[in-house]
Design a protein around this ligand. Structure first.
Ligand code: 13P
Length: 249
């Protein structure tokens, strides 16, 4: 099923996140029932439980935006995968460019987070992407390979799991610049082939993220290999998000 994930980042306070859900509860219910689309909302940690409860009678899934690389224990400030599962998360974003950059996350740390998530049965949404400089220098596929390899090694010994991999070119995040169709066609063809080898034992769903709008969503969905979208800014406005979902169903 095509998947559309809303990443609310740290854009809303606890009350604002709840107000967005409660104020559009019927609408979210309809989005949850949209034909052929699975919709996931990722609020920030403190709002997860309340948002999951508010949306519990809809088919909308709830996801986190990050998780601890450690199991339960003395890790101040960390939120474990097991806790996320208990409050109703079925998905979790990891390795987002903003976490890799602002929190200096390494590929190895992201791989350890993946390990924690698959252990508790949460479907990871692994974000990968190249910088503008890497693209211009012709290093796009080297950058993506580096980000995928650490995770593939972690999953090598694991029983079959399903994971999402979101291709988010860094130059397209929050900039209004969507990658061109020819660029996406090339990257998704490469990702389909590469993931079939690297994650041969597993099921991989490939998502695109970066300045997705209602105007561009339908066209991106048609690109071979694209199984879903990861939406930032446009997911904060219910009407815009609704249009994205309806343009894909
Ligand atoms: P924008 O849709 O605001 O570009 O954000 C994309 C993103 O980072 C989703 O994870």
């Amino acid at each position: 099923m095509f998947i559309i994930v809303a990443n609310w980042k740290s854009q809303l306070t606890f009350h604002q996140a709840l107000a967005l859900c409660e104020g559009n509860l019927e609408g979210y219910g309809d989005l949850g029932d949209a034909k052929g689309i699975e919709t996931v909302i990722c609020p920030s940690f403190e709002a997860l439980h309340a948002v999951a409860l508010t949306l519990q009678d809809t088919a909308i899934q709830v996801g986190a935006q990050d998780c601890s690389a450690f199991k339960q224990g003395a890790y101040t400030g960390q939120v474990t995968a097991a806790s996320l599962a208990e409050v109703g998360c079925t998905y979790c974003i990891i390795g987002h460019y903003e976490s890799r950059t602002h929190l200096h996350e390494t590929d190895q740390l992201v791989a350890e987070k993946m390990q924690q998530l698959v252990t508790v049965g949460i479907e990871p949404i692994l974000c990968i992407g190249e910088t503008e400089q890497e693209r211009e220098a012709g290093y796009t596929f080297q950058a993506l390979t580096r980000q995928l390899t650490a995770v593939a090694q972690t999953l090598a010994s694991h029983d079959q799991v399903t994971i999402c991999i979101a291709y988010e070119p860094i130059w397209a995040i929050g900039t209004g610049k969507v990658a061109q169709k020819s660029q996406l066609t090339e990257v998704f063809a490469w990702l389909s082939t590469t993931c079939a080898t690297l994650f041969a034992e597993h099921t991989v769903r490939l998502l695109y993220g970066g300045s997705v709008t209602a105007e561009t969503a339908g066209g991106i969905k048609k690109i071979p290999g694209v199984d879903g979208l990861l939406v930032g800014t446009a997911s904060l406005d219910f009407k815009k998000f609704e249009k994205i979902v309806s343009s894909c169903s």
